[in-house]
Write a protein that binds this ligand. Structure first.
Ligand SMILES: [Zn+2]
Ligand SMILES: [Zn+2]
Length: 226
């Protein structure tokens, strides 16, 4: 199924393939579509929007907050201390020492998320209360859309991780990359792209046929939705 050839990387990042997403409806689990910030399900009629208040991206560490609020967000959430100035880390109310190692771990969004954390100060041991807010959390290895955090329709589990695509065009370009005999680098030397950042197991020759076959199935599935 390999037709070889050369693939020229346009330098697009993961977000560059977004805008439209095929997902599983969060209400009925049937295929739904996200376009222009609106989620629409043809099966149950669900129609949702999300406001686009972008908060700082943290692409350097691999995770990012696409939106600050969690209304109509279905992915994981992560707590952050509520502060006037987010650049200032919270300090101990007893010794004024900085909390450098707060264990803020992401978790699924549930109804009863705590509104405060109660860490002990690492400098003086005093108990503290830190008011927290919850924010959308997504890493590039999670097969979810970055607008609503819904499970992507086009995904396939492998032993090493999950292969996914946002939409037909994404799956098609992905397939050309996987099938190419020569995978060209992005036009700007030293820059990273969606393809250069793919995990090694997706790029490996060993998985090439299985990955290509899964992408073909995704394209077929996506075409049934249009
Ligand atoms: Zn639905
Ligand atoms: Zn302290």
């Amino acid at each position: 199924m390999t037709d070889g050839g050369r693939f020229q990387d346009s330098g697009k990042k993961l977000a560059g393939f977004g805008g439209e997403y095929l997902v599983q409806c969060p209400k009925c689990d049937e295929p739904a579509q996200i376009k222009d910030g609106r989620l629409s399900c043809g099966n149950c009629g669900l129609s949702l929007t999300r406001s686009f208040h972008r908060s700082p991206m943290r692409s350097d560490t691999g995770h990012y907050y696409e939106h600050v609020d969690t209304k109509n967000w279905f992915g994981d959430v992560t707590p952050r201390a509520k502060m006037k100035d987010r650049s200032i880390p919270p300090r101990c109310r007893s010794c004024n020492g900085e909390f450098t190692k707060l264990s803020f771990s992401p978790r699924p969004k549930t109804a009863n998320l705590p509104r405060s954390l109660h860490p002990k100060c690492s400098h003086c041991g005093a108990p503290n209360t830190i008011e927290i807010g919850w924010h959308p959390f997504l890493t590039p290895d999670q097969p979810r859309d970055p607008v609503f955090g819904c499970k992507l329709l086009l995904q396939k589990d492998f032993k090493e991780g999950t292969l996914y695509a946002y939409n037909t065009a994404h799956a098609e370009e992905y397939l050309s990359y996987i099938e190419a005999d020569h995978r060209g680098r992005p036009p700007t030397p030293g820059s990273s792209s969606f393809f250069t950042k793919l995990p090694a197991w997706i790029k490996s020759a060993k998985n090439r046929d299985d990955v290509a076959q899964s992408l073909c199935q995704m394209i077929e599935l996506a075409e049934k939705q249009s």
